[in-house]
Design a protein around this ligand. Structure first.
Ligand code: C2E
Ligand code: CA
Ligand code: CA
Length: 244
């Protein structure tokens, strides 16, 4: 499991981290989740994988929060098949209790694909989790089946604008207009906004025009194994403190 920070664009405060899985296989080498998550979903192994990730993510974030004496969030990807399970919310809540994890420090990232089917279970799970202060993030917003209408139908806490909209934003007036207005809609609905896949200084200088936004991208930090991430946070906090 690697973690990638989400950083507030003005004060440079770290909001939290997204857990991203990597598979080190003796024969195949490093395999990215883009390759194995789909196969895991098709074979049913995703259930065990998602549970493993959640448990590890809880343990690791608590370790990090203890070291830095703070309350960073942990964001965890949940595949469509999981959020549709009738007992999904109960399982998450049981794991939170097992590890003494506060709901407000847990964010679950779902894609809109997962909301399309079996709406009932999904809504029930989301409501149950939000009662425990768990945050729900809508991932990859702006791609595939994204529908503005969903924003009025389900209650989420965070919108993650997809990296395809960040790509070339510094040279595309059209993309900038779309992102700026998606941002405005999201903020008026009181969602946190996370921008994914920000890679360059030039993109950052554009995005700084948005008042309150979180940046997750290679520009600040690639997904890192825990030890490297702890070193990153140390350095980051020193540097931002010096700037104040
Ligand atoms: P995602 O949830 O959209 O995750 C963000 C992806 O963007 C990650 O790819 C991350 O490494 C990459 N990324 C972050 N910043 C940048 C950037 O500045 N530029 C570029 N080009 N890419 C950036 P990754 O780690 O390969 O994960 C791919 C997808 O696999 C994820 O997309 C997510 O849908 C899925 N995934 C990863 N870990 C898990 C997991 O534990 N459980 C489940 N169910 N799915 C996972
Ligand atoms: Ca995600
Ligand atoms: Ca995403």
């Amino acid at each position: 499991m690697h973690l990638q920070p989400q950083i507030e664009s003005k004060e440079k405060r770290i909001r939290g981290f997204e857990a991203l899985l990597r598979w080190n296989n003796a024969r195949l080498g490093k395999v990215g989740p883009g390759e194995f998550i789909l196969i895991a979903e098709q074979s049913g192994l995703i259930k065990q994988i998602d549970e493993w990730v959640m448990e590890h993510a809880f343990v690791e974030i608590q370790k990090i929060n203890e070291i830095f004496n703070t309350e960073f969030l942990i964001s965890i990807n949940v595949s469509a098949a999981q959020i549709q399970r009738i007992d999904f919310a109960d399982k998450v809540i049981a794991l939170m209790e097992k590890w003494g994890m506060k709901g407000q420090l847990v964010e679950l990232e779902i894609t809109e694909l997962s909301i399309l089917d079996i709406m009932d279970n999904v809504t029930r799970n989301i409501n149950k989790l939000r009662e425990k202060q768990v945050k729900i993030a809508l991932d990859d917003f702006g791609t595939g089946y994204s529908s503005i209408n969903h924003l009025s139908e389900i209650h989420v806490d965070t919108i993650k604008i997809d990296r395809s909209l960040m790509n070339n934003i510094d040279n595309s007036q059209r993309k900038w207009i779309i992102v700026k207005n998606l941002y405005n809609i999201s903020r008026q609905l009181q969602y946190d906004v996370v921008l994914e896949g920000v890679e360059t200084e030039s993109q950052i200088s554009f995005l700084k025009q948005l008042r309150e936004v979180y940046i997750q991208g290679y520009y600040y930090c690639k997904p890192q194994p825990i030890e490297e991430l702890i070193a990153f946070i140390r350095k980051w906090q020193q540097e931002t403190n010096e700037q104040v």
